[in-house]
Design a protein around this ligand. Structure first.
Ligand SMILES: [Zn+2]
Length: 570
């Protein structure tokens, strides 16, 4: 299944971990009252009317009031063209000027600035339409607001024009359900119904909102973990929620986090594609019902996204993605195994799948910097930090175990990084190297890190997961779609076609329009899975099926060691 890392959300998940705490400053942050009023008139997808009241912002003429991206990582937002967004203050209607900010790699933000100085409180109003999605919509990060089964689910950044000034604000968020059927519920990542929280503007944007005939399940022991859905899923929602809840309890306890809460939202895609995005204290995933996903299929995705809550390095996405994605992969599996949520064989299969992902990756011999440059362009590149980070952490753990005679492990370093994150002490790549250096020696720590960054193939040490699992080397064929999917106007087209690839041999040419992209999400995991794509050249469509694999590469995996105990401690 497709996973997308979302650095913005992951960063926030930690940045706002103290958001329930009372403000320390003598002066309370300015009030920001948000009212969300969903309405689904019969036979329509409906909309959410949004009213946002700023407490005396005292803006000068020309100062920005609110902002919203036009698109974020390819996902279109509500935009609010023309006069769809209005404002007023004590002096009456407040004229706004629309402008666009300097483009960022993830998208262009639109801002609304006031044309005259403001007087008193400012009230901003707009009607949020859900995004229209169809069978041909591209899968991507879950930033858009969508209608489903008489309700709505989506991220703030897809429909909420949020304060241009970062804040923090004393937010009072309310749901007005007067136009909705009885029993309708409104949920934000930070709570259900009315929620008061001191948060920066970014948290309003990078969190989830759901309203309508929501069903939910809470963790049995407390209500720190809640799962929500609008449509009954094709899998056992209760079994799924129980698994997720146990994982959350175990992992949050491991990191010493006994306060924060977490919300999981699930929604249905009208197109073939599964994916999840982690935002503040929450994540949402979408699935394609005809694919009949199982609890087993989805729990990996869920555990990965939840594991993002705690481990975090300071620094740009390109510099630290190996850590955020690597630890999410490493700890989602390890915590589930330790909690008894994965059997030993399931754990073995899962770590082998991660190793396969790395050894079959077309980016494994690129530097991390080169892979990061292609991150937004090529979906396959988005997976680079996962496998690379995972295997590097496996290596690091093996080195620490060997050096300490089994007394210390990667856990000690990752927990110390998390402690520093919570204490707002420096916790970047330099601190990582210093902490690993203390365990295995500074030169060794630096050399292993440089190898990972350089793109030299990572070799799994024999003692990784010993004595239960032994390392086996083999020849593998790297995943190779054969071309880069690029945008040309509103079309997706083939570029950078590899002349010696299976795609080229199947007849695909540079410049061909991609009508239905080959589904890499399954083929990525299995060397024998072919892909089928529909392309168009000179106005004629054609279908090709091919095995998306390149030349042989050296690879490693694990097997159960002979005579090893049936239970193993990792
Ligand atoms: Zn991730």
């Amino acid at each position: 299944m497709k996973r997308l890392s979302v650095m913005i959300g992951a960063a926030l998940a930690c940045a706002c971990s103290g958001l329930a705490a009372p403000a320390m400053a003598a002066e309370a942050p300015p009030a920001l009252n948000v009212v969300l009023k969903p309405h689904v008139p019969a036979g329509t997808a409906g909309y959410i009317d949004v009213t946002m009241s700023f407490q005396t912002p005292s803006l000068q003429a020309g100062a920005p009031l609110v902002r919203l991206p036009l698109q974020l990582v390819g996902i279109p937002t509500a935009r609010y063209d023309g006069d769809a967004l209005t404002a007023r203050d004590d002096q009456g209607p407040l004229a706004l000027e629309i402008s666009e900010e300097k483009p960022q790699p993830e998208g262009v933000y639109r801002r609304w600035s006031v044309k005259r100085p403001t007087k008193g409180d400012v009230v901003v109003s707009f009607r949020a339409p859900p995004r229209v999605v169809t069978a041909s919509t591209n899968n991507g990060p879950l930033f858009d607001l969508r209608a489903e089964n008489g309700g709505f689910e989506g991220a703030g950044v897809g429909f909420l024009a949020t304060p241009a000034a970062e804040g923090p604000y004393s937010v009072d968020l309310k749901w007005d359900m007067s136009d909705m059927p009885a029993g309708s519920r409104g949920v934000w990542s930070l709570g259900e119904g009315e929620v008061k929280a001191v948060v920066p503007s970014q948290v309003l944007s990078f969190s989830y909102y759901a309203a309508g005939p929501l069903k939910s399940q809470s963790s049995a022991t407390d209500s720190r973990l809640n799962v929500y859905w609008l449509s009954e899923p094709p899998f056992d929602a209760k079994a799924f929620s129980t698994w997720v809840s146990k994982f959350y309890n175990y992992t949050s306890t491991f990191f010493g986090d006994t306060k924060s809460s977490y919300r999981v939202f699930m929604r249905q895609n009208p197109y073939a594609g599964t994916g999840g995005t982690a935002l503040a204290h929450s994540f949402m995933f979408g699935y394609y019902p005809p694919a009949k996903p199982t609890v087993e299929d989805l729990r990996d995705l869920v555990a990965h996204e939840m594991a993002h809550t705690w481990p975090m390095l300071e620094g740009s996405h390109g510099e630290t993605a190996w850590y955020s994605e690597g630890t999410a992969e490493y700890y989602s599996l390890l915590m589930a195994y330790r909690a008894g949520l994965l059997t030993l064989d399931e754990y073995l299969a899962s770590i082998n799948q991660r190793a396969d992902g790395y050894y079959a990756s077309p980016s494994r011999n690129m530097t991390t910097a080169d892979a990061a440059k292609l991150f937004w362009k090529d979906p396959v590149m988005q997976k680079d930090p996962y496998g690379r980070g995972f295997l590097y952490l496996v290596q690091t753990n093996a080195a620490i175990l060997a050096k300490s005679g089994g007394k210390r492990s990667l856990d000690d370093v990752v927990l110390e990084i998390y402690r520093r994150t919570e204490k707002q002490e420096p916790h970047g790549v330099a601190e990582w190297l210093q902490l690993v250096g203390k365990e295995i020696g500074p030169a060794e720590a630096q050399a292993a890190f440089d190898t990972m960054k350089s793109g030299k193939t990572l070799v799994i040490p024999d003692n990784a997961f010993a004595p239960c699992f032994k390392v086996v080397s083999e020849q593998r064929h790297a995943f190779e779609l054969g071309y880069v999917r690029s945008n040309s106007g509103s079309d997706a087209v083939v570029t950078d076609l590899k002349p010696d690839s299976a795609a080229a041999r199947a007849g695909v040419k540079n410049g061909d329009k991609i009508l239905k992209a080959p589904d890499a999400s399954k083929a990525w995991k299995s060397e024998k899975t072919e892909v089928t794509g529909v392309f168009e050249r000179d106005g004629k469509s054609y279908t090709v099926t091919y095995l998306p694999r390149g030349g042989a590469v050296e690879a490693y995996h694990w097997e159960r060691a002979k005579g090893a105990a049936p239970t193993c401690k990792f």
